[in-house]
Design a protein around this ligand. Structure first.
Ligand code: HEM
Length: 478
């Protein structure tokens, strides 16, 4: 009650102000958290929501296993994600997290590299069509890559998804995410009974059916394949040891996951994975287009570390491309794909200067904490040097946390970074990114999505004219 925050009105709390803010939900929270300070209280209808931006407070919340339950902002995405890893809590979440963690180990990711490379080749063909043309939304192209790469690797299914089913799924997902956000801040839609009977509700559930069908097809197809194959032999490595199983296989073979739980987890991984990878790649390309000097340095580093064998990206190459790492860190600082992540505290939580009472939702506002001018001066300026070793020394460990931190941090971080770097390496080796259109207003809160997309232009690099890439049976030749 005593915490600073915008004045609520009865029944609605701050929902109406949030919903009708001219620059969108995200900007509403940015403006108010800047105004009211590092711990700002809002009312979503009659439910309190506290947004925190102080690094110490964020660490206190994220480090503990005492508060794993998700905040009210996840309530309406539950029909999509059910008891999947993002939305589950307590013992169920803990045991699933333990069981599924090996599926995202680097040993598994290494086995997927040829899949990612194959998919990048298709992406490059699509980019080729854009050469010399006007600005285009690169996010739309990259999302085609990331959705396919995710399904082919984590799910073990090769579908030709550059087709209608893919775009139907994408459209349905976009609608569901938009309606989840709208519902969170619309007090009239809080009741399931009312929402189900509204036009938005019926659109929501129709789209949910499309998404569930899409995921069920994948699950059933993989189940069929596993039945036909002698999997026990397939999963033995050259030393006779049993190999770690990829994500979907590990659940299908475990035997303890119900069909509903498998569906929840598949929906979760597809949703959590492909959109954020596409965001990371697209925002980086955008930043490189706007900052030609930075792009030149990234390109020079790529040529120095990988040379003509860039496409055989190895674990060593990933470590060697230090400047690219700085560029990625800076991009994720400015544009964290997941700008807000929260917990519901079931017992009092003592922060640095205040105590949050039990029964409150507390959200870490990474989008804003990443813009703390005391740690990142001129926060709207893209400057990878902020992440040079000397600049990082002594900085708070929670100052930049695009993958969250602590026990509920992103399970797919390595999986994502390998792909982001691989795709960037391949794209930049062939194409120069030219300045595009300045990014529009970012309104959404679940994942960062600028209005009008992420628009860049590309030019073929002259040196790449002499390089002809072919892709045969999982290996690259040039
Ligand atoms: C650049 C790419 C990515 C970013 C920036 C990112 C960011 C995040 C963040 C901030 C969280 C915490 C969310 C929360 O507390 O609500 C999270 C959780 C999660 N992410 Fe990612 N993610 C990325 C890619 C991926 C990929 C590729 C996968 C799957 C293959 C994935 C799967 C998950 C899952 C399952 C969780 C929930 C973990 C748990 O609560 O135990 N993410 N991610």
């Amino acid at each position: 009650e005593r915490m600073p925050g915008p004045t609520p009105i009865p029944f609605f709390g701050n929902s109406l102000q949030i919903k009708s803010h001219p620059n969108g939900v995200l900007q509403y929270f940015v403006e108010n958290c800047k105004r009211f300070g590092p711990v700002t209280r809002f009312w979503i209808g009659s439910k309190p929501l506290v947004m925190i931006t102080d690094f110490d407070d964020i660490e206190i919340l994220l480090r503990t296993l005492d508060h794993t339950k998700k905040s009210i902002t996840y309530d309406y995405i539950k029909p999509l994600l059910g008891e999947g890893l993002v939305t589950a809590s307590g013992k169920g979440w803990h045991s699933d997290r333990k069981m599924l963690t090996p599926a995202f180990h680097y040993d598994i990711i290494k086995r997927f590299l040829h899949i990612f490379r194959g998919r990048v080749e298709i992406l490059l063909e699509n980019l080729e069509e854009k050469v010399g043309g006007d600005v285009f939304d690169v996010h739309e192209l990259i999302i085609g890559y990331s959705l396919n790469a995710m399904i082919e690797s984590a799910m073990g299914i090769t579908l030709d998804l550059e087709n209608e089913r893919n775009s139907t799924y994408r459209k349905a997902l976009k609608t569901v995410l938009r309606l989840c956000q709208d519902r969170t801040f619309n007090p009239f839609w809080r009741s399931d009974f009312v929402f189900r009977r509204s036009k938005a509700g019926s659109e929501f559930f129709q789209c949910l059916d499309i998404i569930n069908d899409f995921s069920m097809n994948i699950i059933n197809e993989r189940r069929r394949q596993l039945k036909d194959a002698d999997y026990s032999q397939l999963m033995i490595d050259e030393n006779g040891e049993e190999m770690k199983k990829p994500f979907l296989d590990s659940m299908l073979m475990d035997g303890t996951f119900s069909d509903q739980k498998i569906l929840d987890q598949v929906n979760t991984i597809i949703f959590a994975g492909h959109e954020s990878i596409a965001n990371g790649i697209s925002f980086t390309l955008y930043n490189l287009g706007q900052n030609q000097d930075v792009q030149r340095k990234v390109y020079e580093e790529l040529l120095m570390t990988c040379g003509r064998n860039l496409h055989h990206f190895t674990a060593t190459n990933f470590r060697e491309t230090k400047y690219m790492n700085m560029v990625l860190r800076e991009t994720f600082r400015m544009y964290p794909s997941v700008p807000v992540f929260g917990r519901y505290v079931e017992s009092d939580l003592k922060l640095k200067n205040t105590t949050i009472t039990a029964g409150t939702s507390v959200s870490c506002f990474a989008y804003l904490s990443h813009r703390n001018p005391e740690v990142f001066p001129d926060p709207e300026v893209f400057d990878p040097e902020r992440f040079a070793d000397e600049s990082r020394r002594g900085r708070h460990a929670y100052a930049q946390i695009p993958f969250s931190a602590g026990p509920r941090s992103c399970i797919g971080q390595k999986f994502a970074l390998v792909q982001v770097k691989l795709v960037l390496g391949e794209v930049l080796r062939r194409y120069a990114i030219l300045p595009g259109q300045k990014i529009g207003q970012i309104r959404s809160m679940f994942t960062l999505k600028p209005e009008g997309g992420i628009r860049i232009r590309v030019r073929r690099r002259s040196s790449s004219v002499v390089m002809i890439f072919t892709y045969r049976r999982g290996t690259w030749n040039s």
